[in-house]
Design a protein around this ligand. Structure first.
Ligand code: PMP
Length: 300
C-alpha cells in the first residue's frame, strides 16, 4: 500500500497563494502558519472525466473548518474554485487525479502563536497529482487497532478538517510497525471511531452500521455511502460499535476520497467473514460509480 513516485507528476504545476508554479518552485514562507503551528485546513478531492467530484461538499467543509478556526481574509468559494480549475487546466489534468487543497492562516509578521500576527491573508495551496485510489480495492486491507485514541470534541473537534494530523500519524505508525495497512482508532469510550485516514462501516445480517460522527471526521464519502444505502434498499444505522461487533461482522469496509470503498479483510488478525464476497459493499460500489457523473462539477 506504500505509494511510489509517479513519473507523470515530475513536472506538475502547483498553486500557491496567488500564482501557479512548477513543483520545484512552489514554496510557502517559513513564517507561514502551516509551518509554525500546522495552522491550516484541507481537503482531498478527486477528478473524474473532466469534473471535480462533490466539489460543493468539499468547499462547504473547507469553509466551515476555516470558520471554526476563525481564519480572516478567506478567498471566496468562487475564487477557490477558479484557482482549482486553473491549476488543473495548467496541468492538463482531467481524470485519475487526486488534489490536496490546503488553506492556511497565512504568513506571520514574526514567529508566534497569536493569529493577530497574521496580517497578510490566508494562503491557498493546490497540489494536483495523477494518482489512482491508494488502496487495492480487489484484495482489501488488513487493519490493527491502534492505542492512539481519536480526538474527541473535548480536546480537538474532529469536525474541523485541520492539518494537525499527529493524532492520525501516530496511529498510522502503529499500523506500519505491525505490518498492517491502516489503523483503527477508538474513541475515548473504546468504541470504533474511524481508520487513520478513512471512515469505517460494517454489515451484519444485511444491515449497515457506522460510528456516530462524534470522534471521527464526517467524511464526504461516508455521507454519500449512507445516502446510497437508502438507494439500494439497505438500512444504515449510526451507533456505537465495539471491537467485538467488528470482529464478528459479515462485511467491514472503509470509505474515503483516497481509497473510495475498500474491503477490510482482517482486524487484529480476525478474518472478516465475507471479505471475499462483500455483497453489500459491491452493490454500494456500483451505485457509487453510477453517481460519479452526476456529482462531478465540470472543470471550466
Ligand atoms: N477520516 C479522516 C481522518 C480523513 O483524513 C479523511 C480524509 N481526509 C476521511 C476520514 C475521509 O473523508 P472523505 O470521505 O471526505 O475523503
Amino acid at each position: 500500500m506504500l505509494q511510489k513516485f509517479d513519473e507523470r507528476n515530475k513536472d506538475i504545476k502547483i498553486y500557491v497563494k496567488d500564482g501557479i508554479y512548477h513543483r520545484d518552485e512552489a514554496k510557502v514562507s517559513v513564517f507561514d502558519s502551516i509551518v509554525q503551528g500546522g495552522d491550516g485546513v484541507w481537503e482531498g478531492l478527486r477528478v473524474y472525466n473532466g469534473g471535480v467530484f462533490m466539489l460543493d461538499r468539499h468547499l462547504n467543509r473547507l469553509m466551515n473548518s476555516a470558520k471554526a478556526m476563525h481564519f480572516a481574509d478567506l478567498p471566496s468559494r468562487s475564487e477557490v474554485t477558479k484557482a482549482l480549475f486553473d491549476t488543473l487546466k495548467a496541468n492538463g489534468m482531467m481524470d485519475g487525479v487526486h488534489v490536496r487543497l490546503t488553506l492556511t492562516r497565512g504568513e506571520k509578521i514574526t514567529s508566534g502563536m497569536d493569529p493577530r500576527l497574521n496580517t497578510m491573508g490566508s494562503t491557498l495551496i493546490i497540489v494536483p497529482e495523477f494518482k489512482a485510489p491508494v488502496y487495492d480495492n480487489e484484495s482489501g486491507i488488513a487493519i490493527i487497532t491502534s492505542s492512539t485514541r481519536r480526538n474527541s470534541p473535548n480536546n480537538l473537534d474532529s469536525k474541523i478538517h485541520h492539518n494537525n494530523l499527529i493524532n492520525n500519524i501516530l496511529a498510522k505508525i502503529e499500523a506500519n510497525v505491525a505490518g498492517a495497512d491502516a489503523a483503527l482508532m477508538l474513541d475515548n469510550y473504546g468504541f470504533a471511531s474511524e481508520l487513520n485516514g478513512t471512515n469505517i462501516f460494517m454489515v451484519k445480517d444485511n444491515v449497515m452500521y457506522t460510528p456516530h460522527a462524534d470522534a471521527c471526521l464526517p467524511g464526504i464519502t461516508r455521507g454519500l455511502v449512507i445516502e446510497l444505502a437508502t438507494d439500494i434498499g439497505v438500512r444504515c444505522i449510526e451507533k456505537n460499535i465495539s471491537l467485538t461487533e467488528l470482529y464478528t461482522a459479515d462485511e467491514v469496509f472503509s470509505t474515503g476520497t483516497m481509497g473510495e470503498l475498500t474491503p477490510i479483510k482482517t482486524i487484529d488478525g480476525r478474518d472478516i467473514e465475507n471479505y471475499n464476497n462483500t455483497d453489500i459493499m459491491n452493490r454500494l460500489n456500483s451505485a457509487f460509480e453510477k453517481k460519479i457523473p452526476e456529482y462531478c462539477i465540470k472543470i471550466v
